[in-house]
Design a protein around this ligand. Structure first.
Ligand code: NDP
Ligand code: 2IT
Length: 451
């Protein structure tokens, strides 16, 4: 039995819930790349899959910090350095109470193939902590970030491992992390991306993932349907960095985004959501979406508990294109059935693995244009890589330059995915296209670099 099969059997026997999402991600890739492994025995001879599913290393550490009441708090920190065949380890940090090793393994594994698809010199990693920034003061977030970096700095560097943001980690957290790294190491280097612009951040990094998702969708709809997004009703989930910048770009292209969600509920505003208000609620005040109703009582707010189990209110809203941008497995089989029944024609994943395998199967069998996360949401890491280039050259690119390069890169990823799917006899299946194209590049590098 191969190592990959052994790993899956081991998981099935152990019933370890933490690893569920990791095996979900791994299983999808294994199914997709089967034709590649059959057509070329070199990958099996070099045991690429078996080597790829095991991280190079997992670093786990204690983070103690002092809260505003003078009490000592203890969290766990992690960095999963998965694969550096194509470049330094690269991937975000997630701060959320749900974070555990399994979630970070799934995210790190996805990141290897995503980063490979970008064509840029970056390997795959992910990290984070079960620390919850919600309800914490700026000072507490700063103290947590400092303690986190006291341990993490030993394992990262601009040519070794370059973390960035993800859920719960934005420019504020990256700023504090960078400040502590600088203090400990006495160096001023591009060790993190997503930094504030004034000290080395790239213009457009905050917007990059959301804009990239829309650029990808535009390219996919052009190839598959010759249809623009202009005038189309779109539903979006999430109300964070990715969701709000997806909404922003949809508006710029003349589409009508009518929804967003947070962990407590869904806003449905059929005239199009009020983006400035959402930015104020979520970025400035960091509070709940319920606040939206105070300004727009004619909109609809559906609390998470109100909706029947198994599905989510946001995917029950009729739309042409759906953009899940919150978190993993937030779009279920029931949700996919509702979307299809309501005439949805396109689904683009802004979040990492937001659709369950059952939902994806339905989308593919109903010929819905489906853009999988590792291709569609690569815009964030693409601009992170641009930030690394700017830092290395001690230079700054204009907003226009970053935007133009991001758009071109997303279009290239889309074409590569579509062409790969066609080459392997599964035209229109962007899941297989992305997995095969992403895997092949890493695999060829691993073979060339030896064991
Ligand atoms: P943010 O922290 O900015 O926002 C996350 C949003 O998702 C919030 O609205 C949050 O609600 C909601 N959310 C988070 N966890 C849950 C949950 N368990 N249940 C319900 N809602 C939840 O994160 P981002 O926008 O950066 O990330 C969103 C997704 O995009 C993630 O899957 C991330 O991995 C992915 N991604 C992010 C990239 C980036 O550059 N930031 C790049 C590529 C992918 P609430 O406000 O109530 O917490
Ligand atoms: O999931 C992702 O691609 C990210 N969170 C961004 C990673 C990065 O290094 O910018």
């Amino acid at each position: 039995m191969s190592r990959a099969e052994t790993e899956i059997q081991k998981f099935k026997r152990s019933g370890n819930d933490e690893d569920k999402v990791f095996y979900q991600a791994m299983q999808e890739v294994i199914y997709s790349i089967a034709p590649l492994l059959e057509s070329d025995e070199i990958y099996t001879r070099h045991a690429i899959l078996d080597r790829l599913v095991v991280p190079d290393r997992i670093i786990k550490f204690k983070v103690s910090w002092l809260d505003d009441n003078g009490r000592i708090q203890v969290n766990t920190g992690y960095r999963v350095q998965f694969n550096n065949s194509l470049g330094p380890y690269k991937g975000g940090l997630r701060f959320h109470p749900s974070v555990n090793e399994g979630i970070l393994k799934f995210l790190g594994f996805e990141q290897i193939l995503k980063n490979s698809l970008t064509g840029l010199p970056i390997g795959g990693a992910k990290g984070g902590s079960d620390f919850d920034p919600k309800g914490k003061s700026d000072f507490e977030v700063m103290k947590f970030c400092s303690s986190f970096m006291v341990e993490l700095h030993k394992y990262i560097g601009p040519r070794m491992d370059v973390p960035a943001g993800d859920i719960g980690v934005g420019a504020r957290e990256i700023g504090y992390l960078f400040g502590e790294y600088k203090k400990i190491t006495s160096t001023y280097e591009g060790v993190l991306t997503g930094k504030p612009f004034m000290f080395g951040g790239s213009l457009m990094r905050p917007e990059a993932t959301g804009y990239g998702v829309v650029y990808f969708t535009q390219a996919m709809l052009e190839i598959e349907k010759k249809e623009p997004l202009k005038g189309k009703i779109c539903t979006v989930s999430g109300a964070g960095n990715v969701a709000l910048h997806t909404i922003e770009k949809l508006y710029e292209l003349g589409a009508i985004p009518v929804s967003c969600t947070d962990s407590r509920g869904t806003i449905y505003d059929s005239r199009g959501v009020d983006l400035e208000l959402l930015k104020d609620i979520k970025f400035a005040r960091r509070t709940s979406l319920e606040e939206y109703m105070k300004v727009h009582p004619e909109a609809k707010y559906i609390s998470t508990e109100e909706y029947p189990e198994g599905g989510h209110a946001v995917w029950d809203i009729p739309c042409y294109a759906a953009f899940p941008c919150a978190t993993q497995n937030e779009l279920t089989e029931v949700d996919a059935q509702n979307l299809i029944a309501n005439g949805c024609e396109s689904v683009s994943e802004g979040a990492n693995m937001p659709s369950t395998p059952e939902a994806i199967e339905l989308f593919l069998s109903h010929k819905i244009c489906f853009a999988p996360a590792k291709a569609a949401n690569a815009g964030g890491v693409v601009v992170s890589s641009f930030e690394m280039s700017q830092n290395a050259a001690m230079s700054k690119w204009s907003f226009e330059k970053v935007d133009q390069r991001l758009k071109i890169t997303m279009e290239q990823i889309c074409k590569r995915v579509a062409l790969t799917a066609k080459d392997y006899g599964v035209e229109g299946n962007y899941v297989d296209g992305a997995n095969i194209a992403g895997f092949k590049k890493v695999a060829d590098a691993m073979i060339a670099e030896g064991i």
